[in-house]
Ligand binder design. Structure first.
Ligand SMILES: Nc1nc2c(ncn2[C@@H]2O[C@H](COP(=O)(O)OP(=O)(O)OP(=O)(O)O)[C@@H](O)[C@H]2O)c(=O)[nH]1
Ligand SMILES: [Zn+2]
Length: 203
């Protein structure tokens, strides 16, 4: 079984950080000074604490185990017909700039004797989105986790996102979105399954 806590645990040990929230507060205070702000002005007094809390939340996926959040919500079910959860909104941080990218993800699978509680699919999306990511890896990680948990006949994940690092700065393109997909099992081999999915997503 994959251990989702390994990455964060390893890096915390490496940098000997015992209280990440306190360390983040100190770093945020430094950032405020370095950008020319006065960290003692009233509006900023609690900002380091808020920043530490917000960043902790936005990267909490490093410390979350999907086993725990899925719990017992995997059920025996003989159906082998498509399950599709569409339009799951997500927010993530790009690992290059640590700026948000966000959009919608569609998750489909063909069961193979087991189904997962529907709410667990957006929860799995959030676990992987709340890490530093690139969109391609996030898309694939969601598909791979559904495959690992259910051993379905096939999985397909389609994601469309806007990257603030391409909008607020850098190339400054406001209307471009990025589409990524990850297919596993029968969704990779069977073109008609993909065609059915695409037609459902168009509706
Ligand atoms: N493939 C991929 N690239 C991403 C993602 N998020 C951000 N990037 C890109 O990561 C690249 C980093 O390129 P660099 O040249 O090192 O950074 P930069 O000078 O800030 O690049 P610009 O954004 O072009 O100004 C940029 O092209 C970003 O658009 C992602 O999810 N997937
Ligand atoms: Zn970026």
């Amino acid at each position: 079984m994959k251990n989702n806590t390994l990455d964060a645990g390893t890096s915390l040990t490496k940098f000997k950080v015992h209280d990440p929230q306190e360390e983040l507060k100190k770093l945020a205070l430094g950032i405020l000074s370095l950008i020319g702000e006065n960290p003692d002005r009233q509006g900023l007094l609690n900002t380091p604490k808020r920043f530490a809390k917000a960043l902790g939340h936005l990267t909490s996926g490093h410390l979350t185990s999907t086993e725990e959040l899925v719990g017992d919500a995997i059920f025996d079910e003989p159906s082998s017909e498509l399950v599709l959860v569409r339009n799951i909104e997500f927010y993530s941080l790009c690992e290059h700039h640590m700026l948000p990218f966000f959009g919608k993800v569609h998750v489909a699978y063909i069961p193979n004797g087991k189904v997962i509680g529907l709410s667990k699919i957006p929860r799995i999306v959030d676990v992987f989105a709340r890490r530093l990511q690139v969109q391609e890896r996030l898309t694939h990680a969601i598909a791979a986790e559904i495959e690992r948990l259910l051993n379905p006949k096939g999985v397909a994940v389609y994601m469309e996102a806007s990257h603030l690092c391409m909008m607020m700065r850098g190339v400054e393109k406001q209307n471009s979105t990025t589409l990524t997909k990850a297919t596993l099992g029968s969704y990779t081999s069977d073109q008609s399954l993909r065609a059915e999915l695409i037609s459902l997503l168009r509706n």
